[in-house]
Design a protein around this ligand. Sequence first.
Ligand code: HEC
Length: 155
Amino acid sequence: MKNVVIVVLGFAIAIQFIRPDFTNPAVDEKIALNGDPKVMSVLKTSCYDCHSSETQYPWYQNIAPVSWIMSDHITQGRKALDFSNWANIDTNMRLKRLERAKQMISNDLMPKHEYLLMHKNAVLNHEEKQLLEEFFDAQIKALGGSLSDVKEFNI
Ligand code: HEC
């Protein structure tokens, strides 16, 4: 039994040496998403930790294996939708992502559930969901798209 404890402890310590790189890329305000401060505040609280270069890291950021899961969310999240790189993203792709964002929010698929366990303030209430939906609709319109246009891209 004592040996098992030592092995488990040794393993728990050993994995701490595998540390993801959590350096945020620089943000260029000229290409980052811009919006009403109220909307930006909701996005920054609920989405930006995984969908921007403005990730705010919690105290457990360096504790493996949680750090590995976090790193994966951030890498995959930025790849799927990066609000800090907004103006550089192809217009059709932005339209697709905006439509998907509306679906994700209305189906409670984003923010991710495991993230919400540790970030209670990121849970979207009814008003915040509505605010984001109206903002995403306005963005779709500003990009010259509409729902029917976007459907052609098989989202
Ligand atoms: C904990 C990290 C995290 C948070 C917070 C988060 N997301 Fe995501 N999101 C991801 C990851 C990772 C993906 C990549 C696909 C997947 O794993 O589901 C993703 C994918 C997406 C996609 C692309 C989905 C597709 O299939 O086209 C959209 C749109 C999206 N998220 C919107 C949002 C919005 C809007 C918010 C805030 C309300 C948000 N996400 C909050 C991690 C996150």
